[in-house]
Design a protein around this ligand. Structure first.
Ligand SMILES: Cc1cc2nc3c(=O)[nH]c(=O)nc-3n(C[C@H](O)[C@H](O)[C@H](O)COP(=O)(O)O)c2cc1C
Length: 405
């Protein structure tokens, strides 16, 4: 069909008004979908035009998601830089690194004399701009586009590194009303002084949760620490990665799953924030591995014809991992990502008897590389707590991952 002038003007007007609508709204994604639906109903758009419009929608979607969270950090010896690299592999965020105006400073020289002097100057007059060391111009000066801000900073003499303090002194007022989280890197000192500095410099915000402390002894384990910490935060809108769980089979292979958008999946997520869940599953009906979770979750039952990879809650307390099809009334919990039916059958050991399944917010495949100074033959939970009489689950012993059935 030819695209008439009348339709062209109509389309242009629609695009213009839609762009304004999208810019005005904070919930871009929802608006994009609404606009797309309006277009679909109102117009029969020529094929090329439709393609163009899809690209336009995708661009808006990409911008809207990536623009929501800002990670702002300072790093002198790159520990915080490494933390930010791990963090941004898990959440979608813009990243800004703060640099001092004078990059030649050796803060550690003469027993950290320069670092100490900078902090003493701030302490003496914390409300004076002149007390704060100059920083280089920042790449993002308008923070209004962000709803979530994660601050990542080193600790200096039990306080927030002076360079990050300058940034927060200059830009902290722009954070009013936002959700803010804090990660602190130190060699070994506790972080309460840094938290106090943050609270002094950034006011009228909502802390998303407790600050995360990463020190020299657990820096190499930062990815797991961050993965554990993220689900405890209240982002303005949950990040796309926050609906993922990991499913480890017999401690050998870990599958990634995306959770469904219902109260059952949310309740499972909440339970996993407390602790991983391990259960025994057996083959049933040549289409699934099923087993009791030993706790109940709300049901959202509907008639479902399963596909391989579907994760289903049955009667509120049994979890089924599907490797074939079945039609029944039960609750969708989510879907295992990116595996063919043949791969699923092999990983889930279809038809080969019981397996031990661990549901977790941590990807345990990386755990085998954990080094620990822990005493021999002592079990530690995935959260790093000593487990005196470990029962079912995945633990770390002598630096290795072990599964107790
Ligand atoms: C000036 C200065 C003072 C420091 N003071 C402390 C301290 O009191 N306690 C501590 O545990 N670490 C201290 N550190 C070490 C840093 O907190 C630690 O190495 C951190 O991981 C550095 O992060 P970065 O590599 O991102 O700069 C200090 C480092 C510097 C440069």
């Amino acid at each position: 069909m030819q695209f008439s002038m009348g339709n062209g003007r109509f389309l242009r007007r629609k695009i213009e008004s839609s762009v304004i609508l999208v810019i005005l709204s904070k919930i871009w994604v929802i608006n994009v979908l609404k606009i797309a639906r309006t277009f679909a109903v109102d117009l029969i758009i020529e094929k090329d035009m439709r393609r163009l419009f899809s690209v336009f929608c995708m661009m808006l979607l990409a911008v809207s998601i990536s623009a929501k969270t800002l990670v702002v950090y300072y790093s002198y010896t790159n520990n915080c830089h490494e933390i930010v690299t791990s963090l941004t592999s898990l959440i979608q965020a813009d990243v800004m690194r703060i640099e001092p105006a004078d990059k030649t400073q050796k803060y550690e020289a003469n027993n950290y004399a320069i670092g100490t002097a900078l902090l003493n100057a701030i302490k003496a007059a914390p409300n004076e701009a002149a007390s704060y060391p100059a920083i280089a111009p920042v790449s993002i000066t308008d923070l209004s586009q962000y709803e979530n801000i994660v601050i990542v900073t080193p600790l200096w003499w039990s306080q927030m590194a002076a360079i990050m303090q300058t940034f927060l002194f200059n830009y902290g007022t722009q954070m009013t009303g936002k959700n803010v989280a804090l990660i602190v890197s130190s060699h070994s000192s506790g972080i309460s002084g840094v938290v106090a500095d943050a609270e002094r410099l950034v006011k009228n915000i909502t802390w998303m949760g407790d600050a995360l402390w990463i020190n020299a002894s657990n820096h190499s384990n930062r990815a797991s620490l961050i993965q554990n910490w993220l689900p405890t935060l209240n982002f303005a809108e949950k990040q796309t990665t926050m609906n993922k769980i990991y499913i480890t089979i017999d401690g050998e292979q870990t599958l990634t799953a995306t959770l469904a958008n219902n109260t059952s999946a949310q309740a499972l997520m909440e339970a996993l924030k407390q602790a991983p869940i391990t259960y025994e599953a057996h083959d049933y009906g040549n289409f699934e591995k099923v087993g009791p979770l030993e706790q109940s979750f709300p049901e959202n039952n509907e008639s479902i014809t399963t596909e391989p990879g579907d994760i289903i809650l049955y009667q509120g307390s049994n979890l089924c991992l599907y490797y074939d099809t079945n039609t029944w009334t039960f609750t969708s919990i989510g879907k295992i990502e990116g595996k063919t039916q043949a791969e699923l059958k092999q990983i889930l050991k279809a038809g080969q008897g019981n397996i031990t399944v661990t549901l977790s917010l941590i990807n345990t495949t990386g755990i085998s590389n954990v080094r620990s100074n822990a005493e021999n033959d002592v079990h530690y939970s995935l959260n790093g707590q000593r487990a005196n009489s470990p029962s079912k689950g995945i633990f770390i012993r002598n630096g290795n991952k072990v599964v107790i059935k």
